[in-house]
Design a protein around this ligand. Sequence first.
Ligand SMILES: [Zn+2]
Length: 141
Amino acid sequence: MITNPAQITRHHLANQAAPAYSLIRKVCACGKASTAKQLAQYGKCAACALEAVRDAIMPGDFAKLQHMLGVVQQYPKSKWGWRNYFAAGSGQQYEAMQRLVAAGLATAGRAANEMTYFHATRMGCKAAGLDAAGIKRALEE
Ligand SMILES: [Zn+2]
């Protein structure tokens, strides 16, 4: 590999001149380019962040996350995110929700009648496979 000091300096200056720090291209440990904002927030690129959270939960938890967001066979992908809640009582369902919360995929909402309502976060939506429109639907409607 040929190192060209002038080129490095130009890149450095270009980075400093970037209008928003989030647009500065950085590299994840896996070698993929990512944004400084993404790396500051998650410490890794989006693909690695998703992989890490998938490793942190149990396989059944992922199915619950998908159920939470309506990511089920009966609905086409264009409808995913039509719901965003999962009511869990105590026991296994609640424990699964706690793992999703710990992994940053869900948050606990209101509790009523000994049930707690959990909702997917933006990262949870991404992990479940929602596209931008689906995420908007799940988080804003
Ligand atoms: Zn990566």
